[in-house]
Design a protein around this ligand. Sequence first.
Ligand code: ADP
Ligand code: MG
Length: 465
Amino acid sequence: MGIAINEAVEIWDSAKEELKKVVPEASYPWIMPLEAAGFENDKLTLITGASFAVQIIRKFHYKQIMDALKSVVGREIKFDIIVDSKKTEELKKQTEKINKKYFDKETRERAMNNLAIMQSAANLNLKYKFENFVVGENNKMAHAVALQVAKDPCKKINPLFIYGGSGLGKTHLMQAIGHYIITHFPKLKIRYIKTEEYVNELINNLRMGGNSNDRMEKFRQKYRNVDVLLIDDIQFVESKTRTMEEIFHTFDTLYNKGKQIVITSDRLPKDIPTLTDRLRTRFEMGIVVDLQPPDFETRIAILKNLAAQERIEFPDDVCEYISKNFCDNVRELEGVFNKVSAFASISGVPVTLEFAKSTLKCEENKKKITIDEIAKVCAEYYNVTVKDLKSTQRSQAISQARQVAVYLTRETTGMSYVNIGAYFEKKHPTMLFSYEKIKKELITERRLREDLREIKQALKLEGQG
Ligand code: ADP
Ligand code: MG
């Protein structure tokens, strides 16, 4: 299996010719430098050096590119843009250099193939490396353990299970392990897979001929014949018996051979309802680490890091302003950064506090508040601790504080019950129940309304419903 680079380049070159007919010249700087990196499963992978180009293209040129690709290939295909400030080539050259020095030709080829497989099959983002991962109180432990696995794969920590809410860096950390191993242990064969894609692939294979054929065997080998398997977003696994069986056997085959397994999920194994017990136990066998939302300091460090990567000046007061107002997760923070930097670059002005404020005006007005802040204030108000809220204790005060926190989180952040549940370490029906209960009680209980008013005041949410 190799990466279809040539095909990708051909498609993209022709598509660019088509695009020149419809795209205004002002947009050429975003589109024309995109490089084709692979074409697989009817998806073209493009690489850019500027992350804000992705937003601009998605927003203004998505359909034009889709149409151009369709007219070139003759059918509808998808495309994906990967941000890589240093570009693929550089990494390839670097890897090659290391390899040449230490390894024979066959090993080198396999290492290059690893890279290609990772990049194409996995949409591996070259930005997702340890170098670009900002470490703070919220992710210190997860980072340390991930680095340990990367430095010493297939040894003590197996499997590694990373969990945390959306946009907190699970995929980043997991792929960082992959990158590190590729460059430092070129002999090891790595495969990254999104659970959804794995399940789809499995179902397709089963549909096309059941258990005994070559297809199925090939499929199995693809995942069982590796040294490091990275499985992203396991919460999307289906409870279908066949899926469970396959994953179970893949896990056991690898585990018994002493191969490294890394899994991510938005919640703990015990809170993934579709998992069978024996898989759950296996996932809990190694080390389980979590990622929490970044604190204020870490948010600033992340912004500074992004600014350095993009070589754009982001003054301290701008970083502070953004960190104060956008705190849910790193993905959101990046979105805000991209918006400000793109607008500044388009209008050719430096990023100042005034500029950032006016660019982000509408978002800021909806004042963002995090589940963490809500939990803290609610716990404090009812004289309990956040740890209590996450525990299974059901004393009157703890239950009340927890339910109010769930209600407020849902109301003010719109977070899903699944994610709220992940935070409080509870199942999502319990979260839904808490929300409904408070909602009902608010109608009849004046005391509760008073509590809520005071809590909102503490959160500076008053006047927002
Ligand atoms: P998840 O998989 O948990 O939903 P991702 O790994 O996709 O989250 O992270 C979302 C975005 O935030 C990515 O662009 C990632 O690079 C960035 N990110 C997350 N955590 C960090 C961090 N600690 N330092 C730098 N960037 C981060
Ligand atoms: Mg992810």
